[in-house]
Design a protein around this ligand. Structure first.
Ligand code: FES
Ligand code: FES
Length: 167
Protein backbone atom coordinates (compact mmCIF):
# COMPACT_ATOMS: atom_id res chain seq x y z
CA UNK A 1 0.00 0.00 0.00
CA UNK A 2 1.28 3.48 -0.88
CA UNK A 3 2.02 5.81 2.03
CA UNK A 4 -0.12 8.97 2.08
CA UNK A 5 1.80 11.99 0.93
CA UNK A 6 2.84 14.53 3.54
CA UNK A 7 3.50 18.23 3.14
CA UNK A 8 5.94 20.37 5.13
CA UNK A 9 4.30 23.21 7.06
CA UNK A 10 5.57 26.11 9.09
CA UNK A 11 3.27 27.69 11.63
CA UNK A 12 4.03 30.40 14.17
CA UNK A 13 2.72 29.10 17.46
CA UNK A 14 2.62 31.48 20.40
CA UNK A 15 5.34 33.58 18.80
CA UNK A 16 7.65 30.74 17.79
CA UNK A 17 7.93 29.26 14.29
CA UNK A 18 7.43 25.49 14.34
CA UNK A 19 7.81 23.01 11.50
CA UNK A 20 6.28 19.64 10.85
CA UNK A 21 4.87 17.53 8.02
CA UNK A 22 1.18 16.79 7.65
CA UNK A 23 -1.21 14.86 5.45
CA UNK A 24 -3.57 16.89 3.31
CA UNK A 25 -6.63 16.24 5.49
CA UNK A 26 -4.94 16.58 8.88
CA UNK A 27 -6.65 18.93 11.31
CA UNK A 28 -4.91 21.70 13.15
CA UNK A 29 -6.19 20.15 16.38
CA UNK A 30 -4.39 16.88 15.65
CA UNK A 31 -1.18 18.62 14.63
CA UNK A 32 -1.15 20.90 17.67
CA UNK A 33 -1.87 18.18 20.20
CA UNK A 34 -0.24 15.08 18.74
CA UNK A 35 2.75 16.51 16.88
CA UNK A 36 3.59 19.79 18.54
CA UNK A 37 2.73 19.05 22.17
CA UNK A 38 0.17 21.84 22.57
CA UNK A 39 -2.13 19.79 24.80
CA UNK A 40 -3.63 22.94 26.30
CA UNK A 41 -5.80 22.90 23.16
CA UNK A 42 -8.65 20.61 24.19
CA UNK A 43 -10.40 18.01 22.11
CA UNK A 44 -14.12 17.79 22.76
CA UNK A 45 -16.63 16.84 20.08
CA UNK A 46 -14.15 16.88 17.20
CA UNK A 47 -16.82 18.21 14.84
CA UNK A 48 -17.25 21.91 15.48
CA UNK A 49 -20.01 21.76 18.06
CA UNK A 50 -18.36 22.50 21.43
CA UNK A 51 -15.62 25.11 20.95
CA UNK A 52 -13.23 23.35 23.36
CA UNK A 53 -10.56 23.34 20.65
CA UNK A 54 -10.76 27.10 19.96
CA UNK A 55 -7.48 28.78 19.03
CA UNK A 56 -6.71 32.14 17.46
CA UNK A 57 -5.62 31.97 13.84
CA UNK A 58 -4.11 35.34 12.97
CA UNK A 59 -6.20 36.77 15.81
CA UNK A 60 -9.49 35.21 14.78
CA UNK A 61 -11.13 32.50 16.90
CA UNK A 62 -11.45 29.22 14.97
CA UNK A 63 -12.24 25.64 15.83
CA UNK A 64 -8.97 23.76 15.45
CA UNK A 65 -10.91 20.54 14.80
CA UNK A 66 -12.46 22.08 11.67
CA UNK A 67 -9.32 23.81 10.41
CA UNK A 68 -6.91 21.94 8.20
CA UNK A 69 -3.30 22.38 9.23
CA UNK A 70 -2.42 23.30 5.66
CA UNK A 71 -4.86 26.22 5.92
CA UNK A 72 -2.83 27.52 8.87
CA UNK A 73 0.53 27.27 7.09
CA UNK A 74 2.53 30.48 7.33
CA UNK A 75 0.07 31.96 9.80
CA UNK A 76 0.09 32.67 13.51
CA UNK A 77 -1.71 30.40 15.94
CA UNK A 78 -2.28 31.48 19.52
CA UNK A 79 -3.28 29.02 22.22
CA UNK A 80 -4.04 29.72 25.86
CA UNK A 81 -0.36 29.32 26.70
CA UNK A 82 0.38 32.17 24.32
CA UNK A 83 -1.69 34.71 26.21
CA UNK A 84 -1.01 33.87 29.82
CA UNK A 85 1.18 31.80 32.12
CA UNK A 86 0.69 30.71 35.74
CA UNK A 87 3.23 33.40 36.69
CA UNK A 88 1.66 36.08 34.52
CA UNK A 89 -1.96 35.19 33.80
CA UNK A 90 -3.97 37.12 31.27
CA UNK A 91 -6.57 39.47 32.84
CA UNK A 92 -9.32 37.25 31.43
CA UNK A 93 -7.84 34.26 33.26
CA UNK A 94 -7.73 36.25 36.49
CA UNK A 95 -11.28 37.40 35.97
CA UNK A 96 -12.52 33.87 35.29
CA UNK A 97 -10.97 32.71 38.56
CA UNK A 98 -12.30 35.71 40.47
CA UNK A 99 -15.84 35.23 39.19
CA UNK A 100 -15.94 31.47 39.68
CA UNK A 101 -16.25 30.95 35.91
CA UNK A 102 -14.10 27.82 35.97
CA UNK A 103 -15.44 24.55 37.33
CA UNK A 104 -14.17 21.41 35.59
CA UNK A 105 -12.10 23.70 33.33
CA UNK A 106 -12.57 21.71 30.14
CA UNK A 107 -14.15 24.59 28.24
CA UNK A 108 -11.96 27.30 29.76
CA UNK A 109 -9.10 27.55 27.27
CA UNK A 110 -11.48 27.81 24.32
CA UNK A 111 -13.82 30.15 26.17
CA UNK A 112 -11.03 32.55 27.11
CA UNK A 113 -9.64 32.63 23.57
CA UNK A 114 -13.11 33.27 22.16
CA UNK A 115 -13.51 36.07 24.70
CA UNK A 116 -10.12 37.52 23.80
CA UNK A 117 -10.98 37.55 20.09
CA UNK A 118 -14.24 39.32 20.95
CA UNK A 119 -12.59 41.96 23.16
CA UNK A 120 -9.85 42.59 20.61
CA UNK A 121 -12.43 43.48 17.96
CA UNK A 122 -15.07 44.96 20.31
CA UNK A 123 -13.41 46.36 23.44
CA UNK A 124 -16.71 47.28 25.11
CA UNK A 125 -19.22 44.63 24.09
CA UNK A 126 -22.78 44.60 25.31
CA UNK A 127 -24.01 41.57 27.23
CA UNK A 128 -25.69 40.44 24.04
CA UNK A 129 -22.43 40.75 22.10
CA UNK A 130 -20.64 38.73 24.78
CA UNK A 131 -23.29 36.02 24.52
CA UNK A 132 -22.88 36.03 20.75
CA UNK A 133 -19.06 36.03 21.02
CA UNK A 134 -19.03 32.84 23.08
CA UNK A 135 -22.04 31.23 21.43
CA UNK A 136 -19.85 28.57 19.79
CA UNK A 137 -18.35 27.52 23.12
CA UNK A 138 -20.26 25.09 25.31
CA UNK A 139 -19.92 24.89 29.07
CA UNK A 140 -21.66 22.07 30.88
CA UNK A 141 -20.85 23.34 34.37
CA UNK A 142 -21.30 27.04 34.99
CA UNK A 143 -24.61 27.99 33.39
CA UNK A 144 -22.71 30.78 31.52
CA UNK A 145 -23.69 33.64 33.88
CA UNK A 146 -20.37 33.61 35.72
CA UNK A 147 -18.48 33.41 32.43
CA UNK A 148 -20.40 36.37 31.04
CA UNK A 149 -19.75 38.35 34.23
CA UNK A 150 -16.03 37.52 34.07
CA UNK A 151 -15.80 38.80 30.49
CA UNK A 152 -17.94 41.84 31.28
CA UNK A 153 -15.62 42.77 34.15
CA UNK A 154 -12.69 42.98 31.74
CA UNK A 155 -14.76 44.75 29.11
CA UNK A 156 -15.66 47.59 31.48
CA UNK A 157 -12.00 48.03 32.43
CA UNK A 158 -11.26 48.79 28.79
CA UNK A 159 -9.08 47.33 26.11
CA UNK A 160 -5.78 48.46 27.61
CA UNK A 161 -5.71 45.44 29.90
CA UNK A 162 -6.18 42.66 27.42
CA UNK A 163 -4.32 44.34 24.56
CA UNK A 164 -1.28 45.46 26.50
CA UNK A 165 -0.91 42.04 28.04
CA UNK A 166 -1.42 39.92 24.99
CA UNK A 167 1.45 37.64 26.07
FE1 FES B 1 -13.59 21.30 18.09
FE2 FES B 1 -15.57 20.49 19.70
S1 FES B 1 -13.52 19.74 19.55
S2 FES B 1 -15.55 22.18 18.30
FE1 FES C 1 -16.77 22.55 32.97
FE2 FES C 1 -17.12 24.71 31.45
S1 FES C 1 -16.24 24.62 33.44
S2 FES C 1 -17.39 22.65 30.87
Amino acid sequence: MRKARTYPVRIKINGQWRETAVKAGETLLHTLREKLGQTEVKEGCGKGDCGACTVLLDGKAVNACLTLTLQAAGQEVTTLKGIGTPQKPHPLQESFVKHGAIQCGFCTAGMILAAKALLDRTPHPSREEIREGISGNLCRCTGYQKIIRAIEAIAVQGSRFHKNRSR
